[in-house]
Write a protein of this length. Sequence first.
Length: 276
Amino acid sequence: MKENMEFSLTDAEFKTFKDFIYDKSGIFFSEINRAILENRLFEIMLKYQYKSIMDYYEKLKNDPVEVRNFLDLITTNLTKFFRNQPQFEALEKEVLPDIAKRNEFSRTIKIWSAGCSTGEEAYSIAAVTAYILKLTEGWDIKIIASDISLKSLMIAKEGIYKKERLDEIPPYLFDFAFEDFGDIIKVKDDIKKLITFDYHNLKYDFSYKDFDIIFCRNVIIYFDQPAQKEVIDKFYKLLKPYGYLFLGHSESLFGMQTKFKFNKVGNAITYIKDEL
């Protein structure tokens, strides 16, 4: 296949790949984002010179490693530090103080950044949590950051970013959590060691549990309603009683049958597991 050739999926091919992606990840491709899938598959056809797209599909069916590579290619990795500032203000001013009071004797806190992409969200959470709880005061902070993209996780583990990506970080947190090297910044080791990065597909069960807080922002928007409900129910089970769930600003549990309780903090919305 040549780069200047036109490529499009037949309706039958689109349905085949759409159903395959949904089955493996819960991600739903509608007709609206069909062109995105076609562009990604065209890249694969060019790179590996498959004679037909169904030849690639046959490989996918029989190669788990290629399935991971494929899901990595089609997922969106747009993120930045301190995205949706009101949520981080809620985390700093209400959520963390509330959990710190409840966990005063155990002095532990466990947070999950689900769909962490290249790590900006996880490091933002770690910086705020460490600053509020003060690393020197003996708190055991554990942050699990997971994603379906191995490529994104490799970037996240490095903890090195272009300085322009930190335009929304409060100055006091910049000095607390990052080292400045001119055009790039590096996450300080004291912050990096709080985070465990792990590969995880939200369609499947997670080996960790008993979280105080779960962040899953701008992820379930790519799922259809049944898949969203399945993921939200998993989050409910994995949270401790009165634990907090943060979703993206365009995501909501409105209309979904769930045990989560709506909770507004300033200009931010969180959800609480309101039971023992």
